[in-house]
Each structure stands twice: as structure tokens, then as C-alpha cells.
Design a protein around this ligand. Structure first.
Ligand SMILES: Cc1cc2nc3c(=O)[nH]c(=O)nc-3n(C[C@H](O)[C@H](O)[C@H](O)COP(=O)(O)OP(=O)(O)OC[C@H]3O[C@@H](n4cnc5c(N)ncnc54)[C@H](O)[C@@H]3O)c2cc1C
Ligand code: FES
Length: 264
């Protein structure tokens, strides 16, 4: 089993909004969009986070303050040490052609990284839909504007862009436009709705799934999905349409800390 562990000081912290910060580390990470790292805070444990950007000598993650681990991280300052292992998991397949990306809430970090890579690959046309509850919750609005040929914004309360969801915008766009592939990353219920729309238009898709992860390397079984025993940390978290069709848990249930099933 490969374990590329690096102990690094926090190089920079950028506040995205009141509950989200982007943490940057100076170090080499040979990662692709959709992969994740396991982040250790000494005396606090270890948690998985998607990679939102990689440069030659640095990488970063955007993290929501949601519980004890992330609360401890949010109290840390530049220069304090953490440990990172990875990258782990399967990435989005990087295709050229006409590409649509549909993001929701705080799950957009891997789409930002993907957009950057697809532009480097010379993608023909890249259209992004970025949805969140309110304007304050939207991530990377300017970045998507720069990285994509077309960038749409949707908010539940109409405080910025289209009033409604990113899936609503997706439906509207697909009435008069066609794409070769769609990449989806958001809350599971939103992704489930986006998959219905993609299927209606016979559009191949890949989704970014999250499950409770402890080891990140296929040992503990906490991220396994029924009924196939798909090991999300190794075989995902990016899942294609064919594989997803065989996962009854998608949009229905996930396992908690102790392995018990919880309805989504
Ligand atoms: C592949 C993957 C990528 C992720 N990427 C990001 C990201 O880019 N940004 C981000 O803010 N969060 C991300 N998460 C979620 C992040 O790991 C958890 O939100 C974080 O661990 C919460 O820890 P906590 O102690 O602060 O909160 P807790 O109070 O422990 O938990 C808050 C919520 O996070 C979930 N959670 C807690 N521990 C884990 C775990 N080990 N694995 C999965 N879910 C967990 C809980 O089920 C609960 O819903 C990702 C999770 C996975 C599996
Ligand atoms: S997190 Fe342990 S097997 Fe996936």
C-alpha cells in the first residue's frame, strides 16, 4: 500500500466566507481533479478533503467548519504543522469536446481544479453551473468566470444569478444545447436530480460521491457501498454512469461512523 505522507506548515489561509476557508500548503502533490487527501491534525485525528488546486510546488483544499476537527483546523495559524497523506482515489476522466459541469453547495472544489486542467488540455467548450443557497455560500464565482467559456450561477433565494437550483439551470440549458459529457459534484440529492436530467438527454456523466472515510486506502470498509461492495475511497470517489447504476445506496443511504446505515 502506497502512503505518501508529508508533514507541512500551513502556508496560507484564505477566508472564502464565514464558514469556509482555503488552506494552502507548500509541497509537491501529484494529484488529479476529483482525488482527495487525508489531513491529520496532531491530537485531533485525520479526515478526508478534496483537492481544489495543485501547482508545481503547492496545493490547497477549501474546508467548511462543521465539527470538532474542522473547528480545530480553523483555530490554527499560518506556519502551524499538519500532516497530509495521499492523493487517493480515482479522478474525473479528463475529456475534451463540449463539457458541462454542474456544482452545488460546498462540493465545488474538485470542479474548480477540473476546470483548470480541462482548459490546459484545450477543451473545446466548457460551461459551468454553480449553485448554492445564497450568494454568500457560492464558491469561486470569479474563478469559474475566468476558467470557463460560459459560467452560470443559481441561488435558492435568488440573491445572485438564476433563482433556483443548478439542476434547474441544467434542464434549461439542455433544452437548446448539447454536450459530450457532464461532471457533477454537489449534495447527493442534488446529484441524484442531475443524473435524472443527464439520463433524459443520454448524456454520459461522472459524479463525485462522499462517504464516511477512515483509512482512505480500502482497508477499514467504512466507505463500502451496497450491493456491490464498491470501495469508494479506492474505486471512487468519482463514479461513472455505468458504475453508479449498480449502486443502490446512491441518493438513498450511507454508513455512519460505526458502519450503521443512515437514510439520506
Ligand atoms: C472524499 C471526501 C472529500 C471531502 N472533501 C471535503 C472538502 O473538500 N471540504 C470539506 O469541507 N469537507 C470535505 N469532506 C468532508 C469532511 O471530511 C468532513 O466534513 C469533515 O471530516 C468533518 O469533520 P468534523 O470533525 O469537523 O465534523 P464532524 O462533526 O465529525 O462531522 C460533520 C459531518 O462530516 C461528516 N464526516 C465526519 N467525518 C468524516 C469522515 N471521516 N469522512 C467523511 N465524512 C465525515 C459527518 O458524517 C457529518 O456529516 C470530504 C469527505 C470525503 C469523504
Ligand atoms: S475509508 Fe476505509 S475502506 Fe474506504
Amino acid at each position: 500500500m502506497k502512503c505518501d505522507r508529508q508533514t507541512l506548515p500551513i502556508a496560507a489561509i484564505r477566508e472564502e466566507n464565514t464558514s469556509l476557508r482555503t488552506f494552502t500548503f507548500n509541497g509537491k502533490l501529484n494529484a488529479e481533479p476529483g482525488q482527495f487527501i487525508m489531513l491529520t491534525i496532531f491530537s485531533q485525528g485525520e479526515k478526508p478533503f478534496s483537492i481544489q488546486d495543485v501547482d508545481e510546488n503547492s496545493f490547497s483544499m477549501t474546508i467548511k467548519n462543521i465539527g470538532p476537527f474542522t473547528d480545530r483546523l480553523f483555530k490554527m495559524k499560518d506556519g502551524e504543522l499538519v500532516s497530509v497523506r495521499g492523493p487517493y482515489g480515482q479522478s474525473f476522466t479528463r475529456k475534451t469536446g463540449n463539457i458541462l459541469m454542474v456544482g452545488g453547495g460546498y462540493a465545488t472544489p474538485p470542479l474548480r481544479f477540473l476546470a483548470k486542467k480541462l482548459r490546459e488540455d484545450g477543451v473545446t467548450r466548457l460551461v459551468n453551473i454553480n449553485g448554492a443557497r445564497t450568494a454568500e455560500d457560492l464558491l469561486y464565482v470569479d474563478d469559474f468566470e475566468i476558467l470557463c467559456h460560459q459560467s452560470h450561477v443559481a441561488t435558492d433565494d435568488g440573491s445572485l444569478g438564476h433563482k433556483g437550483t443548478s439542476v434547474g439551470v441544467m434542464e434549461n440549458i439542455l433544452k437548446h444545447d448539447s454536450f459530450d459529457r457532464v461532471y457533477i459534484s454537489g449534495p447527493e440529492k442534488m446529484m441524484k436530480a442531475a443524473v435524472v436530467v443527464a439520463k433524459k438527454h443520454a448524456l454520459p456523466y461522472e459524479v463525485n460521491l462522499e462517504r464516511y472515510m477512515k483509512c482512505g486506502v480500502g482497508v477499514c470498509g467504512s466507505c463500502v457501498m451496497d450491493p456491490t461492495g464498491f470501495i469508494l475511497c479506492m474505486e471512487g470517489p468519482i463514479v461513472d454512469n455505468e458504475t453508479l447504476d449498480g449502486l443502490d445506496d446512491f441518493g438513498v443511504s450511507h454508513r455512519g461512523k460505526t458502519g450503521h446505515k443512515i437514510t439520506i
